[in-house]
Design a protein around this ligand. Structure first.
Ligand code: CUA
Length: 329
């Protein structure tokens, strides 16, 4: 495809080639059958038109071979394309385990980004080339959609639920970033630029702005102490809330006998609506933090909780032996 064609952006991520191959194959198949059918309509229209008054069509038996052929061939083609499309979809939707996690918050009408180092930016995203980047995203208001055409990836950004998008940029440069879900008056202005930089240049860029307190997990740790979460969530028999060490990603037993996986969305709900899923063995004592925390702060708290590995000891909690997991096995 020529670079000059404004409808087409050159791919700049590891899976852009896969997406393009799939897309252009679909275009070719669609064009082939569209032309075949339109051509057949035209030829038959000439060839089989009625020439005499009262003329009727063929009375031959319909061709079984033809019927089977035009059912089975398209079936095989669409199933093959489905399989191929599914593979590309899985590649796009599953970030590699070594992806570096960034955070994005959408709001009317801007993108707020936080780097792992803690540096923040608005409507801009600086990333190093050749490194898988995973964005954990949430909206402060309505549904938005994070879209970078050059990376061939897009994901909805929802209020109340975390979603992710990932990419590994292959070429340094500047790429458009869009909101791809109509979200109000200034939807069309809700965009920006992704700057893909050489790793050295990226490190230099990060160093330009010292971030007091470090990254999201460190901010979350400070917030955890400031909100006095650690008065209840700690080790020991007097703890009124479950220990949070190692809780992230584990299966939690709930008071009603069911279980839940402690992912980001579960942790967020437990902070904003603690009565929704009370851990077995604990009283529903925790107050809600609804309206007291911004989405940024919620993300920081969750990052702090994620950083408390199974071996971790809670900030501000009593120093002690290995975490037992408390009420959260
Ligand atoms: Cu945000 Cu459209």
């Amino acid at each position: 495809m020529p670079d000059g064609l404004p409808l087409y952006t050159e791919g700049a991520s590891t899976f852009a080639g896969q997406v393009d191959a799939l897309f252009w194959t679909w275009v070719a198949i669609s064009a082939f059958f569209s032309l075949l059918i339109a051509g057949a309509i035209f030829v038959f229209f000439i060839r089989y038109q009625r020439r005499k008054r009262g003329e009727i069509g063929s009375t031959d038996e319909p061709s079984m071979v033809l019927e089977i052929a035009w059912s089975v061939i398209p079936l095989v083609i669409v199933l093959a394309m489905f399989g191929w499309g599914t593979r590309v979809f899985f590649t796009q939707s599953r970030p590699p385990a070594d992806a570096v996690e960034y955070f994005a918050t959408g709001k009317q009408w801007m993108w707020k980004i936080q780097h792992p180092s803690g540096r923040r930016e608005i409507n801009e995203l600086h990333v190093p080339v050749g490194r898988p980047i995973k964005l954990t995203m949430i909206s402060e208001d309505v549904i938005h959609s994070f879209f970078v055409p050059a990376f061939r990836t897009k994901a909805d950004v929802l209020p109340g639920r975390y979603t992710t998008v990932w990419f590994e940029a292959t070429k340094p440069g500047e790429y458009h970033l869009f909101c791809a879900e109509y979200c109000g008056t200034e939807h069309s202005l809700m965009g920006g630029t992704v700057y893909v930089m050489e790793p050295d240049a990226y490190e230099a860029w990060l160093a330009q702005e010292a971030v007091p307190g470090g990254g999201a997990a460190a901010s979350g740790e400070a917030l955890f102490a400031a909100l006095a979460c650690d008065t209840c969530h700690r080790e020991g028999s007097r703890a009124r809330g479950p220990s949070l060490a190692g809780v992230y990603g584990s299966r939690v037993e709930l008071a009603d006998g069911s279980t839940a996986v402690a992912d980001e969305t579960y942790l967020r709900e437990s902070i904003l609506n603690p009565q929704a899923k009370v851990v077995r063995g604990f009283q529903p004592l925790m107050p809600t933090f609804q309206g007291q925390l911004s989405e940024d702060q919620l993300l920081q708290l969750i990052q702090h909780i994620k950083s408390l590995g199974a071996e971790g000891v809670l900030a501000g909690g009593e120093a002690g032996g290995p975490a037992t997991g408390g009420g959260a096995p």
